[in-house]
Design a protein. Sequence first.
Length: 296
Amino acid sequence: MGYEKLSSADLREKVDQALSLLESCRVCPRRCGANRLENKPGICRGGRKARISSYGPHFGEESVLVGRHGSGTVFFADCNLACVFCQNYDISHGGEGREVTPEELARVMLEVQNSGCHNINLVSPTHYVPQILEALIKAAEGGLKAPLVYNTGGYDPVELLRILDGVVDIYMPDIKFGDDAAGEKYLGVKDYFTVAGQAVKEMHRQAGDLEVDARGVARRGLLVRHLVLPGNLARTDAVLRFVAEEISKDTFINIMDQYYPAHRAFRYEELSRRITPGEYREAVTLARSLGLKNLL
């Protein structure tokens, strides 16, 4: 896999680059400036150590990740976004989780691999990338070989992603909104779509279109997720056009229909209902009309 091609010295250099982003934190585009090296929490609530909430085989992910033996998810606590409709708010906003050392996180990765999972699926990893890289050195020394999946909300700075070049095998970003105004209202950041667009372009530059093996299991590449919201609040049309016109018509994309009001969504009348079958069909029809053929 990608990181297996890197020497320990190359990985160490990437760790040092990533750790330098923690001193006056600019790991994510919020650039909050907290000195996380001294365990001062950032806006994401993360400090010096990574925090995980759970890990293990997961069979609810996309089929190209799950295969026969499951995707090896590692759920990180806390988040660099503030989605008002977050469906994992107990983890992302409630702080459910425990701190782990690099050695402990490495053991988690190896345990997941040894359970037979097809990949190591790092869920909400952005704010803990330096800590993940620290652990990866030790995991690689311990025999980690499974592909790494970077399962992110999409709010990732290109500076950070370039450090991950050659490390991540499969990028799986959400593109939550197709314009910055909606992102500001519902995610708490002013430049979500601008940043996510740049991030996905960089991810595709590094990994290309998704490649699957003879079993239909992903080995490398980009897989995009988009959650359809009621009343086209997510600007699904803009998201799909961006993927088709600025990334690749061969992009694997999961247009998701499982929105339900959660967390603080009921404070917003427009978010207080599920989507209709017609709204979902409209999104899929548009994707096909734009030439996107790898719909999951």
